[in-house]
Design a protein. Sequence first.
Length: 299
Amino acid sequence: MVPFRYRAYGLIFESQFECPELVAVSDGQPDVFVAEGHVPEQLENPTRAGFKFQARADQLLIKTNYIANILISQGNRITIQPKAGAHPDNVRALFLGWGIAALLHQRNTLPLHGSVVNVGDECVAFCAPSGTGKSSLAALFVNRGYALLDDNIVAIVPSDSGHGVYPGCPVIKLPDDVVRRPDYAFVTPGRYQSALRKFPMSVCQELPARPQPLKKIYILTRGRRPDFALKPLNGGAKFRSLMKNVFCSQFLHGMGKLSDQFRNIESLAANTPMAEVRLPDWPTPYEHVAQLLEQDFTR
């Protein structure tokens, strides 16, 4: 079988299985090989074992009861062993989430949990825990004409002018209650992924191959007040906010990457404007919030 080839996060992936969420390419030397195969139940001499994972310097093992076991090795190989009866949507979600995050940590790329859109020749990121509303905002920005770079992982690398973000997976996954809202009538959702309880919204676009200069990072939070608030972050507050939004930070100690990513975060905090965004309580007026944020990042 001819392998599939994709470009994401500045890397060329050669994969034995199809991953429609990623951008297909026809050429380029593979950086990462993705295969379906046997994955051990235990790592040999792990440095750390945590919830659903084991880690050591050169490998990370992801273990689940019903989806898959995934082994990420040396920043260039991912082996996936799906569980019997596992839904393919769930297997790909695990690979594209925890699996990619572990791979980026191994390669010293900083993955933040968030969405990111292009703004002219730059980009802005919206970081938050799951369920805060970053995907809902990303969909509105796409509808306003901004190109989506990713809706789950913000892959940050240093650049000559500061920091840049590599494009990744241009798919937004929206919960059913958001898709039904009148202000999201523009969404043409894909097949409902019952295993994830979300509708995928594919963004058909040509993604740039190079990292896009990072203009600003917004940290999304929830408040108990009905109003919107935007507050600049400075000093130690920037570092703490970034640490809270590192994707799969629980892997770092066992992988021996804690000090490397600390340095990456310190550099990012020192060189990148940041703001905390307090979202109004439910139901969130996302269209109004998007308008206010757009006024901020375009001025």
